[in-house]
Design a protein around this ligand. Structure first.
Ligand code: AMP
Ligand code: ZN
Length: 151
């Protein structure tokens, strides 16, 4: 059975996949396409996208999503980011959904962002709060029920 395909003629990333506009292509597979981000936050900031037009993660079929992380891993290895020590160069994999979550291009994309120093790459805000374990436990129950109902 062949994979479903979906393209949006007006989508900039669909145009990149089809070669209608140029890109600095890196790895291409049956399901994925990767290329350099043209407004990088760090040198070799790359994007990995499914060859399926879906605006958000939940719009993309599983077989496309399943190919994205192996491609991302290969890129990390090939670009010298895959070191085993917790110290030294690192990288972030980022995928934004919706304007409030900083998504600008409405075709799912995973950023592979090298983190070599404090200034370049991803800068993260993380407004964590003290945990109320009773509330967390209640939320856990509610979520499990929702997940069960969703199966
Ligand atoms: P996001 O905020 O997650 O939607 O990120 C969209 C990313 O796409 C940004 O980092 C842009 O620099 C990048 N981008 C937009 N247009 C292009 C393009 N034609 N080629 C490469 N990267 C692009
Ligand atoms: Zn698209």
């Amino acid at each position: 059975m062949s994979a479903p395909v979906a393209h949006d003629a007006a989508c900039i990333f669909c145009k990149i996949i089809k070669g209608e506009i140029p890109s600095f292509k890196l790895i291409e597979t049956k399901y994925s396409f990767s290329f350099l981000d043209i407004q990088p936050t760090a040198e070799a900031h790359a994007l990995v996208i499914p060859k399926f037009h879906g605006a958000k993660l939940h719009n993309v079929p599983d077989e496309y999503l399943a190919d994205i992380l192996p491609v991302t891993k290969k890129l990390a290895q090939a670009t010298g980011l895959a070191i085993d020590s917790p110290e030294g160069v690192g990288y972030n994999v980022l995928q934004n959904n919706g304007r409030i979550a900083h998504q600008i291009v409405d075709h799912v994309h995973f950023h592979l962002i090298p983190k070599r120093d404090e200034k370049t790459g991803l800068v993260v805000g993380w407004p964590s709060v003290e945990t109320d374990f009773d509330k967390l436990g209640q939320l856990h129950k509610e979520l499990l029920a929702k997940i069960e109902a969703h199966q």
